[in-house]
Design a protein. Structure first.
Length: 185
């Protein structure tokens, strides 16, 4: 693809490409940020780069290093499962490997006015500075906490994904799913 086809430093609606030109007059358009539908490529959505004046497209969201997403669930009920400290959700993946967390969906229900609870998901044993997810529920009602990270959160190499939970007055129920995969570092 020659510079005369798409010459943008911003957005080009005709080609549905947002690109960044690293330097004025360089002709370097390799840093493509967002690309629309590539119906002629056989890929419905993907990332693109420019290499030797050619547009290169690869699919996204299907796998990371050849592995697909996995998930783990937690179910904490009032009066028994909480409090809990440094409990493993996903085991440490082994030497030279790390977990990538893509997001979560957690429901927290308070069953009386004095109910108060907190859940933290951590990169290994909780130190207060390695919490990757933290939710809190107070009083009566249901709260839904969900987040899909724009970029997955990489845990420390060979470290387990853990959680801790606290509650006041045995009145909080928490149930959720964490989405992750394992990658070789």
């Amino acid at each position: 693809m020659a510079d005369s086809v798409i010459n943008v430093s911003g957005s080009d609606q005709a080609y549905a490409v947002d690109a960044v030109r690293p330097g004025a007059g360089t002709g370097d358009y390799r840093q493509v940020i967002c690309v629309g539908d590539f119906t002629n490529s056989g890929i419905s959505g993907g990332t693109a780069s420019v290499s030797t004046s050619a547009l290169c497209v690869s699919s996204v969201g299907t796998s990371v290093q050849g592995t697909t997403q996995s998930y783990v669930t937690l179910d904490l009920s009032a009066g028994g499962d909480i409090p809990v400290g440094d409990t493993q959700l996903v085991a440490a993946p082994g030497a030279g490997k790390a977990l990538l967390v893509f997001g979560y969906q957690i429901a927290s229900i308070g069953n009386h006015a004095g109910a108060d609870g907190q859940l933290v998901i951590t990169d290994g044993t909780d130190t207060g500075t390695n919490r990757i997810i933290s939710i809190r529920n107070a009083g009566i009602g249901t709260n839904i906490f969900e987040q899909t990270f724009a970029y997955p959160v990489q845990l420390t190499t060979n470290t387990a994904l853990k959680y801790q939970a606290w509650e006041n007055s045995n009145g909080v129920f928490m149930q959720g799913t964490i989405y992750y995969t394992t990658v070789t570092i």
